[in-house]
Write a protein that binds this ligand. Structure first.
Ligand code: NAI
Length: 278
């Protein structure tokens, strides 16, 4: 099985790592060599940690030996499955899938790791809607169990079955849902994170107190502001905008503070500053 991943950021890198750990040959593509180098360094560190804890069946060297890093999209030509994990922007993703539809072998399956963008729209852009699907991993990919499998309007049963089995071979638990804005995970999660941000803006409590209340009171493993910083505030804003546009209700309106922080370049952990400093 040859597994392609587009985007060597936090999600793409994680997906590529777990695919290689599962024995697949993996091609990772990004737009610049420096992004590939950064992604590879994160994977190396994660593999070393897992190896130390005895959690790997192969050595990090063997796993890395299954991975190829490239800036060339043509490297996906003979992939059986390509998972896209680039910026959460419908136009940019659609453009990419238009190209991939021409490059990847006709029976190859294309998938998006999008958090919220309509699978059916991306499927149309790809020109192979029956072999297109949402394969939504959770962050951090090596540790999180769930893969949300989202069928587009024309996704075939064979495609859904193949992707479900692939997720299982990667040691994950796939759960199916249909193509609505934000699917299940982010339709429920994001309004909560947005509300926590609104609480900061209105001065309801300090960020540490908001996170502490949700952790201790609701038994959440991580407070909502810590989680928003971890996901990336730019990604959170993009998801809220999709929910707001797609579902219409005012309850999905992005908090003005979230918008302002993204405008200021405060993106959370990845930029070094969000609700907390990293
Ligand atoms: P990120 O910002 O860490 O990484 C994105 C990567 O894609 C960057 O390395 C960038 O250089 C690359 N990229 C951008 N445009 C590209 C193109 N045209 N071709 C190839 N590479 C390109 O973002 P992250 O957090 O990994 O998110 C990626 C996707 O995964 C988004 O759709 C996001 O909504 C989704 N997602 C994010 C989660 C999170 O917790 N951050 C969780 C689940 C899904």
């Amino acid at each position: 099985m040859k597994f392609g991943v587009i985007g060597a950021g936090q999600m793409g890198g994680g997906i590529a790592q777990v695919a290689a750990q599962s024995g697949f040959d993996v091609v990772v593509q990004d737009v610049k060599q420096e992004f590939l180098d950064r992604g590879r360094a994160v994977i190396e560190k994660s593999l070393a940690k897992l190896h130390e804890k005895g959690r790997l069946t192969d050595t990090p060297d063997v796993i890395l030996g299954r991975m190829e890093f490239t800036t060339d999209l043509n490297a996906f030509a003979d992939c059986d499955l390509v998972v896209e994990a680039i910026v959460e922007n419908e136009g940019v993703k659609a453009d990419l899938f238009r190209q991939l539809g021409q490059i990847v072998k006709p029976d190859g399956i294309l998938a998006s790791n999008t958090s919220s963008i309509p699978i059916t729209a991306l499927a149309s852009a790809s020109g192979r809607p029956e072999r297109f699907i949402g394969m939504h991993f959770m962050n951090p990919v090596p540790l999180m169990q769930l893969v949300e499998v989202i069928r587009g309007y024309s996704t075939s049963d064979e495609t859904a079955q193949f992707v479900t089995q692939t997720a299982e071979r990667m040691g994950k638990t796939p759960l199916a849902c249909n193509d609505f804005p934000g699917f299940v995970s982010n339709r429920i999660l994001m309004p909560m994170l947005n509300e926590a941000i609104q609480c900061v803006m209105e001065g309801v409590a300090e960020p540490e107190a908001i996170d502490g209340i949700m952790k201790l009171g609701m038994n959440h493993p991580m407070g909502p502001l810590t989680l928003a910083d971890f996901i990336g505030l730019d990604t959170c804003l993009a998801i809220m905008e999709v929910l707001h546009r797609g579902l219409g209700d005012d309850k999905y309106r992005p908090s003005p503070l979230l918008r302002k922080m993204v405008q200021a370049g405060l993106l959370g952990r990845k930029s070094g500053q969000g609700f907390y400093t990293y």
